[in-house]
Write a protein that binds this ligand. Sequence first.
Ligand code: CO
Length: 461
Amino acid sequence: MKKVQFTETVLRDANQSLIATRLPYDKFEPILDTMDKAGYYSIECWGGATFDVCLRFLNEDPWERLRKIRAKMPNSKLQMLFRGQNVLGYKHYPDDVVRKFIEYSIKNGIDIIRIFDALNDVRNLEVAIDETNKQGGHASGTICYTTSPVHTLEKYVEMVKDLKSMDVKSICIKDMAGIMGPKEAYDLCSAIKDAVPELPLVVHTHSTTGLAFMTYLKAVEAGADVIDTAISPFSGGTSQPATETLVYALKQLGYETDVDEGKLKEIADYFKPIRDAYIADGTLMPKSMATDTQCLVYQVPGGMISNLLSQLKMMNALDRFDEALAETPKVRADMGYPPLVTPTSQMVGVQAVTNVLQGERYKKVSNEIRAYCRGEYGRTPAPINPEIKKKILGDIPEVEGRYADSLEPQFEKTKKELGDKASCDEDVLSYIAFPEVAEKFYSARRKQEENHAKYSIVKMD
Ligand code: CO
C-alpha cells in the first residue's frame, strides 16, 4: 500500500495567506502538544513572512517563537520556508549571512528547510543547501512552478537533477499561485519521479483557483510522497486545501497515512473559534476564502490582481484596469518569463501599471527592474527582450557570474556596529534582515526588561 504524508501549514502558509500572518504565538500554543502527536510528516511554522510580521506587528522575537514551538513539539519535524540567497527578505544577501541564518535556524529548532529561488536559478540555492547539509538539516530543493513557452518538463527535470547533485534530501514543487492543474501535476510528478526516484517528492499548492484537490490527487497518483494541507478551519481559498478532506479521500482510495484523525478533529475544533473571531473582526475576509478563477483566464496570480487594483486606485486610474491586466503577461514575457512569486510578482505588476499610465512602455522603470535587468536577481528563464534591456540599462554594465559573489561579508561587520544593541547573534541576523523593525523591537524589549527590573526591586523593598 502506497503511503501519503502531510505537511500541516496552519502556522505558516495558511496563517500568511488568509490572515496576513497575524496569528500570535499565544493563540496557538495550547494546541501544539496535540499537533505534535497528530502524525504529520512536518509542521511548517517559520520563515516566509512570519519572521517580519513577528517583529513588525506582533511584538514577538521570531527566534523566541521558534524555540518555544520546538520545546512544545519534541516529536515533530519543524519546517521553514527560505528564499535562497534572499534569505527571508527581498534582496540578495552575502553568503556569510545566508550561512549564519541557516546555522541559527537549525540551532533554534528547524529540521527541514524548503529553499527556493524566484527565478529557479540554482546558483541562488547552492549556498543555503550546502549550509543546511553541513548543519545536519534536511534541505528540500524547491522548484517554483509556472507556465511559459520555456518552462518545459525537460527544463524542470534538468533543475531537479541539479538539485540532486547538490545533495538535497527531497524535492518540492511549489505552486504559489495555485495554477497547476491535475494533468500538469501528473506529468510533472511522473517526470520528476522518473528522474530521481530515490528522493521524496513534496507538492505545494493553494486552493485559490479551486484546482488544488484534483491537483493533489493526480500528483499522488503520479508518485508524490508528501502534500501540503491546512487544518479545515484555515483551509481553502488563498490557503491550502483541508487536511482532513484529503486524508479521508486518500484513505478511501487505498492510500496509507500516518495521520491520527481523532487528533485532527481536536485541532480543527481548536482553530474553529479562532478563525471565527478573525472573520468577525475583519482580519479574515470572505474574499480570501472564495474560489477565484480569474488567474486561469488571465494567467496572472490572484494576489497580483488585487495588487493591480489597489495601485490603480491609489493613482485614480481604475478605468485602466483592463489595459494593466493585459500588459502584465507582456511585461513578464519581456522580462524572460520569471515565475511570479515574491519579489518578481511585485516588480512585474508595478511595471505593467507604469507602462500603461505613462503611455510609453519602459519610459520609467523601478530600481528593482533595473537591477533585475542587470542580472542581480540571477539568470532569467528566457533572455530578456534585448531592445527593452538596452532601453532600461543604457550604459549600465551587467553582472557577470553570480551576483552574491560581488557582495562583501556582512555578519561580523554588522555585529561590531550594533555592539550591545544586539544581545546575541540571532539579534544581529534579525537586524540584517529587517534593520528598522528589529531596532525598534529591541529597544522596546530593553525598556520592558528595565521596567521589569525596577518593578522587581520595588517589590523586594
Ligand atoms: Co504557498
